[in-house]
Structure formats: structure tokens, C-alpha cells
Design a protein around this ligand. Sequence first.
Ligand code: PLP
Length: 385
Amino acid sequence: MFSATRLYFDHNATTPIAPVAREAVLGSMDEAWANPSSLHQDGQRARQCFEQARARVAAFLGCTPKEIVFTGGGTEAANLAVLGAVRASARQDRHVLTTAIEHPAVLEACAQLEREGVAVTYLQPTRQGVIDPEQFRRHLKKTTVLASVMHANNETGAVHGIAALAAMAREAGVLFHSDGVQAAGKLRLSLAGAGVDFYSISAHKLNAPKGCGALYIRSGAALTPMIHGGRQERGRRAGTESVTLAAALGAAVTMERADWTPLRDRLEQGLVSRIPGVRVNAGQAARLPNTSNLAFDGITAESLVIALDLRGFAVSTGAACSSGSVEPSHVLLAMGLTPEQARSSVRFSLGLGNTVEQVDLLLEAAVEAVARLRRLSPAYSEAAR
Ligand code: PLP
């Protein structure tokens, strides 16, 4: 499953396929390839496989199967929640409350709503990369129809207490969506009674294939569909269902998941203690157990990512979608880092397959690579003198 020569520490970008998910893909292709809307036995076998997947996702999220809609990924799930909830409101003067540190899946859906005349407030995070709950409460207005706050940030791993925020939203009569793409499988969660109206997840962050996700829609929460066509998914998402991808997600969420905190801390403490001029971004915040985002003085993130890549290690400059562009991270800038600090920040994210031995190898390689890059950087040598 994993390459022997490459060590992967970029699980927030995407995850390797788990053996159970792979088996579910192959099994469903052999046994459940028919159209799940067909009345014949072949169709009904596909329907059964699909509904089993839905029941598994519902059990994983702590909700009822009817509250789950399968989508084509986390982006589609978040778009469906944000666009669908706002468009379902009959109000003329609609307002959305969200944060400046959301993933583009939410930010760009909000930008689209702005183009449609909806007012949007983007809350700024604290220096630790989280939204202050009191600030959130103060910005809920009479016209607010939806609030959307991510459960955990993909770049820093900083976690929001979404039950408390959802309770404030509910008190104000506002629907609440949380992008749970990074939190699912890493944080304990039960949506029953959490007060959340919509919750997005993505299969490829959970060791299943890309192109599949799910949206939790609290029973009774109104939503206008985005895709128009057949009556699949109770009219909430048209199109013949991907039984195969749903089956893989359903299988992946039944897996036991490790707590990555000890390995993450070993890596982080090793880097901070062995390399001068390193800071943990969002280090004081409640964080995902698998994520460490570090600013390395005097080097650019890209140069360290490439240096580690050449040594066989996959790490990231932050959001995968924006790597390849030289723009500093919007999340780190919103937290108050300077563009230079943001450009020197590297994300390490652990997951299935990582071991203590791998972490120790990464540590050695990173210590050596940072020292080498700094020797090549006149700016750093001068500043350090
Ligand atoms: N939301 C967050 C927090 C993410 O990290 C991602 C993926 O990077 C997404 C949404 C988008 O999910 P997908 O890649 O399945 O569209």
C-alpha cells in the first residue's frame, strides 16, 4: 500500500487508501454495479450496498441515515450547505457570518453569495487561529440566515468548539454549518444533540478515494438543492449515485483510528528543541492530534518542502490547493503572521502508516535540511549573527 522509499507526512492534503476502502471499491464494482434506482434485483443489490454505506456514515457522525446526503466531495458538501441554506431563505436582506480562515470550499461559496447580493461577514481569528466565541455572538444579526465555522483548520489544525457556537446560532435563530472535512476521524464527534444543522465531510481525508463526500443535514433543516435532475438523495442531490465511492467511504469510517498526538508531539518537540528559530503556529490552541504547522526563520517553506522531498519525505506548505502559488497562506496572515513568517511555514500532518521510526527519520532529515538551507541564505546568516 505504501512506498517503501517514500515517507508521507501530508495527510491533511489527502490520505492513502485503506485496505478496507479498496476492498469495498472492488467488491461494489463486482457485486453492486447496477443502478440503485432500478427495481430489479440487481438494482436492489446496489441500493442495499449504498444504504449500508449511508448507515455507516450516519453511525460515524452520530446521526440518522436520512440526515446524510452523499456528494462529490467536501467542496460540494460545503457548497451545498452554504448556498443551499441561504437560497432556501425567503428573506430579502440576507446575511451570512463566517470566518476569514475557512477553506476556499466555504470562502468561495460565500463570495458567490456576495455576487448574488448577500451580505457576508468574515470574522478574524485570534493570534492562535481560532474565532473568539463572544465575537461570534456579537456578529449574529437579525438578518443572519447562516453561520459557517470550520470544525478544524486544515493548515494549523486549530479546533473550534462548534457545539457552543451552534448553540449561540440557534439562540439567535440562525442555521449553523461546520466544515468538518479535517476534523472527521481525528476528533470525537456526535452530531445528535450537537445543535449543528449542517456538517461536511470528505472521503479522501478518511482513507477512501477522492470525489466523494457527505453532508449531514439535520432533519427538518431547509435546503435548496444545487444540482437539478432526478429525485436521487430525496431530491437533495440529483444524479445516479456513486455506489462504489460511497461504499468505500462507508468502509473507511468503520476503521479504528489511532491517536496521533504522541507522534505529533515527538516530531514537534524534536523540531523545536533541535532547530533554533522555529515557532509552532497556533501552538497554544486546541489542535487536531495529527497536525503541526511550524515557521522556520530565514527559509522559505517551498525550499524546505523541496529539500525534504528530495530526501524522500512528503510535507506541505499548507493548503494543498494553494501550493504551487507563491501567495502566503490567508490563514496565517489572518492570524497576524507577517507575509515572511507565513512564507516560511511548513505543515506536517500525520496519519495511517506513520510510525515512531518514520518520525525520527523525518526529524533527522529536517534538522539537516534546515541547517543547509540557512547556510545558503545570506539574509538568515546576517540576522542570526
Ligand atoms: N474543507 C477543508 C477544511 C479541506 O481541508 C478540504 C480539502 O482540502 C476541503 C474542504 C475540500 O474537500 P474536497 O477536496 O473533498 O473537495
